[in-house]
Design a protein around this ligand. Structure first.
Ligand code: GDP
Length: 428
């Protein structure tokens, strides 16, 4: 994938532009072949349905006067194109000239981005930047988004050959009560502690999502970006955990719900599970701290498990120990199965045969004196699988027959741990 680096002196808005271009797929990539350092990399959508790899060098040289250091220059060397960012509000500075003096030696295609161009002063004065001798100049406001779409277009035109098509890595939220071992598990999965980089001295960067690759497959592990910081929110740690889980889940496809085996299944666990379910996310359960179990605790756990199992429609489960690493590799099989079920599109023929059989085996009830009759069913959405049923009358939300149909569907189609939505429409 072609790589574009965002370069410039401090405070011109490199990270804002990076975040704007990358959107929710912010990530630290750990497994670039041959690269041992962390760097802040994300994928940006450009043109129609294509993407490229973007490097934010702001986080690599937080203190350097020109925003340059050996790491940044390595990133420059490995780039196919550079975006030199300058500050339209301040105008051309000697630091900008000095940065460009260093960059031009690498002889890389470079486009100039005049950021903070949302003021009249900037729009009228940007002509002075042509003195740098970079012919392609974009006026943008990274903060407000102006000009950013044109920049995407320009990038796709500048790097036509090798742009791969967009293919989103499935997003996985690691959720659970405080202290169940989410961070420990995440670190086990990633294989090393994550490095959080400060863009400016004295500030910490938001935790960011982590893109990992395993056996050639990508997964985006969703972090609680920005949640801890914001917050005049009050509440107990448990209540905050539910709130954080909700924010993570909103951006995820599936949840990896982490439990503390020694604590058993608690109401806090059920509450987070319920949130995932209500938001329509698939769930895999990792029962962590397995190393701490003795017979008593184990029985206690299995008794509590039944409630959770019912709530999440028999989710896939893995017993793990983040402390020893046991079982952690076995998370991915169930995760892939749940993701596949979550996203799968079933044929209309198959769906109708299935419903016909379900109706034959267990006759529908009478509603308002008349038998409920199903005419036709079809899957209208994936993630979660959503089915439209045309019938002689609607089926109330909590009707037992609706649950029966959902369960039949789930068992036959392998949708364990995946919420299923049935939309019943009346048709004469
Ligand atoms: P988080 O709040 O869910 O992110 O939990 P942490 O990852 O910070 O872990 C909470 C505590 O549990 C830490 O002291 C960990 O060392 C410990 N811990 C995590 N996983 C395990 C495990 O599998 N076994 C044992 N014995 N301790 C664990």
């Amino acid at each position: 994938m072609p790589t574009v680096s965002i370069i410039g002196r401090p405070n011109v808005g490199k990270s804002t532009l990076f975040n704007r271009l990358v959107g929710r797929r912010r990530a630290i990539v750990h497994d670039l072949p041959g690269v041992t350092r962390d760097r802040i990399v994300g994928e940006a959508d450009v043109g129609i349905d294509h993407r490229l790899q973007l490097v934010d060098t702001g986080g690599l040289a937080p203190d350097a006067a020109l925003g340059l250091n050996e790491q940044v220059l390595l990133a420059v060397e490995e780039s196919d194109l550079l975006l030199l960012v300058v500050d339209g509000k301040e105008g051309l500075t000697s630091a900008d000239r000095a940065v460009w003096e260093q960059l031009r030696r690498y002889d890389k295609p470079t486009q100039l981005v005049v950021n903070k161009a949302d003021t009249r002063h900037a729009r009228e004065g940007y002509g002075e930047f042509y003195a740098l001798g970079i012919p392609t100049v974009h006026l943008v406001s990274a903060e407000h988004g102006a000009g950013v779409e044109d920049l995407r277009e320009a990038l796709s035109r500048a790097l036509p050959e090798s742009l791969p098509r967009r293919a989103e890595a499935p997003a996985v939220a690691i959720v659970g009560r405080p202290n169940v071992g989410k961070s420990s598990l995440l670190n086990r999965i990633v294989g090393e502690p994550r490095v959080l980089v400060s863009p400016e001295p004295g500030t910490t960067r938001d935790p960011i999502d982590t893109l990992i690759r395993r056996h050639g497959k990508d997964y985006l592990l969703i972090d609680t970006a920005g949640i801890r910081r914001r917050s005049r929110v009050s509440g107990t740690p448990e209540e905050l955990a539910v709130m954080m889980a909700r924010r993570q889940l909103e951006r995820a496809d599936v949840a990896l719900l982490v439990l503390d085996a020694a604590a058993g299944v608690t109401t806090g666990d059920l509450s987070i599970a319920g949130t995932a379910w209500e938001l329509g996310r698939g769930v895999v359960v990792a029962v962590n701290k397995w190393d701490l179990l003795d017979d008593d605790r184990r029985q206690h756990l299995e008794r509590g498990w039944e409630r959770l199992e019912q709530l999440l429609a028999a989710p896939r489960r893995v017993n793990v120990s983040a402390a020893t690493g046991r079982g952690v590799g076995r998370i991915f099989g169930p995760l892939d199965e749940t993701l596949a079920a979550f996203r799968r599109q079933f044929g209309t023929g198959e769906v109708n045969r299935l419903f016909e059989q379900a109706v034959t085996e267990h006759q529908p009830p009478s509603l308002q004196g008349r038998p409920w009759k199903l005419f036709y069913a079809t899957q209208v959405a994936t993630g979660p699988p959503t089915f439209m049923l045309f019938a002689n009358r609607p089926l109330p939300r909590h009707h037992a027959y609706r649950r029966y149909l959902e369960n039949r569907l789930r068992q036959t189609l392998g949708l364990e741990g995946v919420p299923v939505r049935l939309v019943v429409r009346k048709r004469q």
